[in-house]
Design a protein around this ligand. Structure first.
Ligand code: PMT
Length: 406
């Protein structure tokens, strides 16, 4: 989402200005094009050279700066910006913009821009609670400006309370949210992620290499695109997704099935990225198995095929399956597409470097009931998710057109 996007970062005069340097580094890592504008007070806290070096772009500090020879500085940046982030945002800049005061480069540029603006406030708790500031924020929110909620804790001024700059990764997530199309608004999407664990005894279990990254990426992107998301996730080491996602943690295939069945009725889309155990030990020993014999055999039984069961009760829902394959990709995935009554199946060759389990990236083919196949290059799991959700959005649109026509 942020790759190649023109982001103007306004830095104002607060102690958290030093965190803006780290923020520029994070934005550059996401391949955003960053243009920093500093107020006069911000320059008391941090040197413009830091931002110039990190962003690779000139830093604007002069109200009368010209970006290119013939263009007026604040207008050029105001037009260029796809998103303006003010971090840290002081009570002063919030007050100025809320009241239409444009007396320096940053406030003038914000007023001249049609780009969305996100404020990340940071200040003393008493300033944050001040009624005048809160009224200014309310005015801005009503005017369509976006705000990060400051964090709570010990502040630089040694007071304790609300006023800390929001977590920088939360700000990035919010930026992605603002820039995302909202084409899945009104849809409720159930995503499964991660592995399942089938106990052998109180100490040991059978599982697989799924990290949950693919399913979590799908959940994040679906939420950004406006969907209500329910994420049923097996045990992973990932931190809970940011934002408003209902997370249901499960361990076993049986628990996953119960959670999916309790939630899929209200969902218009089900995406099963989880790697569910196909077998489980027929009996779970209540005590730890002892090493008494050189070999041990476990009797295993099949778990229920969750996706297969939903396929039978599909109704008007869109069902997306995944297939983790090592050979005969198309034939194996094609069989699952038919047998489970899916609208599409995403197949990954889990033996390929950078694809499948654990990696940040994936390389997939999408198979359709028509027999069509879409072959995607290696890309991040979020980019794969965007592709899958583009397909889902297209299917939902087609279904609603058919509904309108009948
Ligand atoms: O989690 P990551 O580390 O990011 O890795 C991503 C991934 C490799 C796990 C993911 O991309 C993937 O391929 N997920 C599906 C893995 C899998 O179980 O594939 P399968 O071919 O065994 O199952 C086919 C489909 O049936 C899957 O949608 C699966 O969720 C579903 N299934 C399988 C068994 C079962 N008992 N119930 C099911 O619903």
């Amino acid at each position: 989402m942020l790759k190649g996007r023109e982001v103007v970062l306004g830095v104002t005069g607060g102690i958290a200005a030093y965190k803006a340097a780290e923020f520029v580094r994070l934005l550059v890592k996401q391949e955003a094009r960053v243009h920093v504008v500093m107020t006069k007070n911000a320059r008391e806290f941090i040197n413009p050279l830091t931002f110039h070096t990190l962003s690779g772009n000139p830093v604007t500090i002069d109200p009368f700066a010209l970006i290119e020879e013939e263009k007026i500085g604040h207008i050029a940046l105001a037009d260029l910006a796809e998103l303006i982030v003010i971090l840290p945002a002081t009570a002063n800049i919030i007050g100025k913009i809320a009241n239409g005061i444009a007396d320096d480069f940053l406030s003038t540029m914000v007023m001249a821009s049609k780009a969305p603006v996100l404020f990340a406030p940071s200040m003393n708790v008493n300033m944050w609670e001040n009624r005048v500031l809160q009224k200014n924020i309310q005015t801005l929110v009503e005017g369509g400006y976006h705000f990060m909620e400051p964090g709570e804790g010990e502040l630089a001024c040694h007071w304790y309370g609300k006023g800390r700059l929001a977590d920088l990764n939360d700000v990035l997530e919010r930026m992605e949210d603002i820039l995302s199309p909202k084409d899945l608004t009104g849809e409720r999407i159930l995503v499964t992620a991660g592995p399942t664990r089938e106990s052998i005894d109180p100490v040991r279990f059978i599982t697989n290499h799924s990290s949950g990254k693919m399913g979590y990426a799908l959940a994040r992107v679906a939420r950004r695109r406006g969907a209500e998301v329910v994420l049923v996730a097996g045990p992973t080491s990932l931190s809970s997704p940011r934002g408003d996602i209902v997370c249901i943690p499960v361990n076993t295939a049986e628990e996953m099935m119960e959670a999916v069945f309790a939630n899929f009725q209200d969902c218009s889309v089900v995406i099963k990225a989880a790697a569910v155990s196909d077998y489980r030990p027929k009996e779970v020993s209540p005590t730890k198995l002892k090493k008494t014999t050189p070999c041990v055999s476990l009797e295993m039984e099949r778990t229920k095929d969750i996706l297969g069961e939903i396929g039978k009760k599909k109704g008007k829902r869109i069902l997306v399956g995944f297939a983790a394959e090592t050979d005969d990709l198309i034939a194996n995935a094609g069989k699952k597409l038919k047998e489970k009554n899916l609208d599409l199946i995403v197949v990954n060759d889990v033996t390929k470097p950078g694809a499948g389990f654990g990696s940040e990236t994936n390389q997939v083919k999408i198979l359709y009931p028509s027999g069509d196949i879409r072959d995607l290059p290696l890309m991040s799991k979020e980019e794969v998710s965007q592709f899958i959700l583009d397909e889902v959005a297209g299917l939902l649109k087609r279904k609603s057109k058919i509904k309108l026509a009948t």
